[in-house]
Write a protein that binds this ligand. Structure first.
Ligand SMILES: Cc1cc2nc3c(=O)[nH]c(=O)nc-3n(C[C@H](O)[C@H](O)[C@H](O)COP(=O)(O)O)c2cc1C
Length: 222
């Protein structure tokens, strides 16, 4: 159920991957609000170098779902192999996540909406593109828009998960969605009302673990 009184801190601290989604449609006015939240995001030079293709048509969703399922199967097989060193609650937690991932992969096309995020690098000032390491700055002009939409989903009681496995199927995605040659894909977010509780408690590292004082590695006392 929508909860317009959700505080920003509540939304940020409960926005988790919700992978079990109902098939009921999302009302157009709700979809409009969560998409608008995305448009409020900052981007380098305010060029807003992203677009989102809202996919609701069954046949198109199904083609995308088949691609996702194949990518998930490969990813999950590797992930499962890595679980052999775990036991007890740590193992149980990973298995729950994998089961939720299996569910999402098996029902990807049944989500009422798939948001496919596209970007155009020619519209980005990618200040780390010449460095001898993977470039991340360009993503900073796209993922804040996605995060805004994910947070809006929390307020609206809509389940969502940011997924990136379909980047490996970019050529096929471009063909399915008629994405122009100079635009690329960076995420697909399935949306739907949750089967279970939806957003809720998350597990994250603490401020003490993530933040340093003055120089890297130095404990921070706020
Ligand atoms: C960049 C990025 C890529 C992700 N890709 C996928 C994905 O392809 N499939 C998926 O099921 N979850 C994906 N996730 C969701 C993460 O697995 C999830 O956020 C993380 O495990 C923490 O889980 P929680 O948000 O439920 O606490 C992705 C998240 C991010 C931020």
């Amino acid at each position: 159920m929508p909860n317009p009184s959700t505080s920003m801190y509540d939304a940020m601290s409960t926005q988790r991957a919700v992978r079990r989604l109902r098939t009921d449609p999302i009302p157009p006015e709700v979809l409009e609000r969560i998409l608008e939240a995305g448009t409020w995001a900052p981007s380098g030079g305010n060029t807003q170098p992203w677009r989102v293709v809202v996919v609701r048509e069954g046949a198109r969703k199904q083609r995308i779902a088949e691609l996702y399922q194949a990518q998930w199967a490969q990813y999950a097989a590797l992930y499962r192999r890595g679980l052999s060193r775990l036991s007890g609650e740590a193992l149980a937690k990973q298995e729950r996540t994998l089961a939720a991932g299996d569910y999402l992969a098996g029902h990807f096309g049944a989500a009422p909406v798939l948001l496919v995020y596209c970007f155009n690098p020619q519209l980005m000032a990618i200040t780390d593109s010449d460095l001898d390491r993977p470039s991340v700055v360009g993503g900073g002009s796209v993922y804040p828009a996605i995060q805004n939409t994910l947070l809006a989903c929390v307020s609206e009681g809509i389940g969502c998960t940011l997924t990136t496995l379909l980047c490996r199927e970019e050529a096929a995605m471009k063909e399915i969605l008629a994405i122009p040659q100079d635009w690329y894909t960076c995420a697909v977010v399935p949306l739907g009302y949750p089967v279970g509780k939806g957003h809720g408690p998350i597990t994250r590292r603490t401020v003490a673990q993530q933040c340093y004082a003055e120089s890297f590695g130095e404990s921070l006392v706020v």
